[in-house]
Design a protein around this ligand. Structure first.
Ligand SMILES: [Zn+2]
Length: 230
């Protein structure tokens, strides 16, 4: 697990962690009895995880909301101002992001090509700003690299229409591909979010560290975790 942090206002910090194979499979479909100790060994506080559906639905955990009414909802982004939970986004190729504001809003976002096309980053930013967030910053998890992500047809056309042709890549085998990181960069720019850091690891190339559905049909999932520390 790699960790990273940045200062927030009022002597708090946002912390971001990116898990890998050594931390174990964190797929939310695993037996809860297997997942609970694995999660606790990484970050020992309640996890807010979602059933990710490649959409743009955002779940907000308010100050008095019972966590168990929100955990496991069908959505691709979670937002909170609370410091008693950790937000989790899982992936095996898709991009993941932590977003935060100096005022103490945090989000974990799962952003594959469908979710990006649906505007999941914009939706998360909107939710945070509706709660009073000012300037937003982002840290990104590992994702499949443009050299490994063969992509084309109507799906690519729809992505070019939603973004621009800078997202078209050429894979290492010479096929047409999609540059997911370029899409994320466009979305961050469009939504006024500063990209302050992240992993540039390719989940397909780095099989010793990360799961890849696309490259190896892996069913395992790594996670990007973010939380506020008082
Ligand atoms: Zn690669």
């Amino acid at each position: 697990m790699q960790t990273w942090s940045a200062p927030l206002g009022a002597d708090r910090r946002v912390r971001v962690a990116i898990t890998d194979r050594h931390d174990g499979d964190l797929c939310v479909d695993l037996d809860p009895g297997e997942l609970a100790p694995r999660r606790a060994a990484l970050i020992d506080r309640p996890w807010l995880w979602l059933r990710q559906v490649h959409g743009a639905e955002v779940v907000v955990l308010g100050p008095d909301d019972p966590l168990d009414e929100v955990v496991g909802r069908a959505a691709d982004a979670a937002v909170t101002t609370r410091s008693d939970v950790v937000l989790a986004a899982h992936s095996a190729d898709c991009a993941t992001l932590a977003l935060w504001s100096a005022e103490g809003h945090v989000a974990a976002v799962h952003a594959g090509w469908r979710g990006l096309r649906s505007g999941v980053i914009a939706a998360a930013a909107r939710s945070m700003r509706a709660l009073g967030a000012g300037a937003l910053q982002a840290y990104t998890g590992p994702s499949i690299g443009p050299e490994c992500y063969e992509f084309g047809g109507e799906e690519l056309d729809s992505m070019v229409a939603a973004f621009d042709d800078s997202i078209i890549a050429v894979t290492s085998s010479g096929a047409v591909g999609l540059d997911v990181r370029a899409v994320v960069a466009i979305e961050l720019r469009r939504n006024g979010i500063e990209h302050v850091g992240g992993s540039d690891a390719c989940t397909a190339c780095r099989g010793e560290l990360f799961w890849s559905h696309r490259a190896r049909m892996d069913t395992g999932r790594q996670a990007l975790l973010c939380w506020i520390e008082p």
